[in-house]
Ligand binder design. Structure first.
Ligand code: F0G
Length: 451
């Protein structure tokens, strides 16, 4: 059976091409911009290809009780909204998605917000949101007969790609910036059997190099310039809508690195509205690290019409990106929903991360920009107390244990970075204490901790 209903449309010049005709670097041959997946059948008012909202909501709920592998994936459970494969039999899945939506009660109280939630995408099979996109794009690679897949990465994409490639019996090539990725992520790529090249450049340099390589070797590019990645990554929008019984929350806050994720979630919410599944879109805000903030600068200086790359610096290595590929798509999602794009400092990220940890959830540093950004937006009066806010936590806390340990040992931030927030940081630090193996020593520690 052919389930495939899609084509690709260039976001720059509007050129429409068949999926199989895309160039290896997924850039438009006419104008050089990126493509997005579209489904022409959805534009017909009635017709066999236009999804029926009521029937879909019922079907997706039913699938939660199904024993079928495809139904157990939180991505493919919604497969009617991503008909990108000739046959769903080609799907490579690790049961990704279906991640929890937690209430953040302490942060909500501190901020004076009634309804604050965290959608924890770090609880995917390889510990990051990348899995939802990887199952989609890697399935396309397999269906098209590729043996090799490749990505440039700050760590999570490579971990995810290597795992899915291994499941499919395919080979994977990883390009990462030397010395600037968290060990947890690097160890995953090794464990899942990728060929891993640590290059003496940054993420942007890795991606540029890979763009050349895919033109010369039969290797399928799996960075988020690949529009099929975004088809998978749009599905958490469906999960969020479903969790709120199809009433959309007021505000979604997403970290911004290469800007694929914010673009994908924007597309997911847009498509649900266009198909009549939901009545509106949430405000989508993107938060960047202050040392890696090209989109913030672009929106401030020219309303997102052009973007100047920056040299990126942040300890949140996942978003250490100075020349984000999907900036136009992300700028569109922010503009059309009335969202904000702001940046946060290293100290603000570290504090927010410790606060998310103290709620019993934890996340990696890049994910914590969401809470840090929310605090800033709330302080500016941009968010009312009655609004429902969802933070997208993108990675698991164990991805970057070094960062967490350095924070709690007091070794993460410089004196300059800590200026003005020393007391706040001290109140969050929980260092491990070395002591004699005696009951008295432990009881003394207990007494000190209870104070
Ligand atoms: N959070 C985490 C944990 C990430 O790994 C990334 C990106 C982002 C946020 C930003 O998402 O790029 O879609 O805006 N990591 C990529 C990687 C670049 O290679 O793993 P984005």
């Amino acid at each position: 059976m052919n389930d495939n209903l899609h084509q690709l449309r260039c976001i720059g010049c509007g050129a429409q091409i068949k999926g199989a005709d895309a160039q290896p670097d997924f850039r438009c041959a006419v104008c050089g911009e990126l493509f997005e997946v579209e489904y022409p059948g959805w534009n017909q008012r009635k017709g066999p290809d236009r999804p029926n909202p009521g029937a879909l909501k019922w079907l997706w709920r039913e699938r939660r009780c199904s024993a079928e592998a495809l139904d157990q994936s939180g991505v493919w459970r919604y497969r009617e909204l991503l008909p990108i494969l000739d046959s769903f039999g080609n799907t490579v899945s690790l049961r990704e998605g279906n991640t929890p939506l937690y209430r953040l009660t302490r942060a909500a109280k501190a901020l004076g917000i009634d309804q604050l939630y965290a959608k924890h995408q770090g609880l995917n099979p390889t510990g990051s949101f990348k899995d939802t996109g990887m199952t989609a794009a890697l399935s396309v690679a397999r269906e098209r007969g590729f043996e090799w897949v490749a990505c440039a990465s700050t760590g999570n994409t490579s971990a995810s790609m290597a795992a899915y490639a291994a499941r499919a019996g395919m080979r994977s090539l990883v390009l990462i910036p030397d010395g600037k990725i968290a060990w947890g992520k690097l160890s995953q790529a090794m464990d899942y059997g990728a060929i891993t090249c640590q290059l003496k450049t940054d993420f942007d340099g890795c991606l540029q190099l890979l763009t050349q390589i895919v033109k010369e070797a039969p290797v399928y590019l799996l960075n988020s310039v690949n529009p099929y990645r975004l088809e998978g990554q749009k599905t958490p929008a469906f999960e969020i809508a479903e969790a709120f019984d199809w009433n959309i929350p007021d505000h979604l806050i997403v970290p911004g690195g290469n800007l694929g994720n914010s673009s994908a979630l924007g597309k997911g919410f847009r498509e649900m509205r266009e198909l009549g599944l939901t009545a509106r879109m949430p405000r989508i805000s993107v938060i960047q690290a202050a040392g890696a903030n090209p989109l913030v600068r672009s929106l401030e200086s020219n309303e997102g019409r052009a973007m100047q790359p920056v040299e990126a610096h942040t300890r949140a290595t996942a978003i250490r990106i100075g020349n984000p590929a999907s900036w136009r798509k992300a700028a569109r999602a922010i503009r059309e929903t009335g969202g904000w794009c702001i940046d946060v400092t290293e100290a603000e990220i570290a504090i927010a991360k410790a606060e998310i940890g103290a709620e019993g959830l934890g996340c990696e540093p890049a994910s914590a920009v969401t809470l840090a950004g929310l605090k800033k937006l709330r302080a500016k009066g941009a968010i009312a107390s009655g609004e429902t806010v969802v933070l997208v936590l993108t990675g698991h806390t164990l991805k970057d244990a070094d960062y967490t340990i350095d924070f709690h040992r007091g070794a993460l931030l410089s004196a300059e970075e800590k200026e003005g927030v020393e007391a706040e940081i001290e109140s969050l630090r929980r260092n491990a204490v070395q002591m004699e193996a005696s009951a008295d020593a432990v009881l003394a520690a207990l007494k000190a901790g209870a104070r």
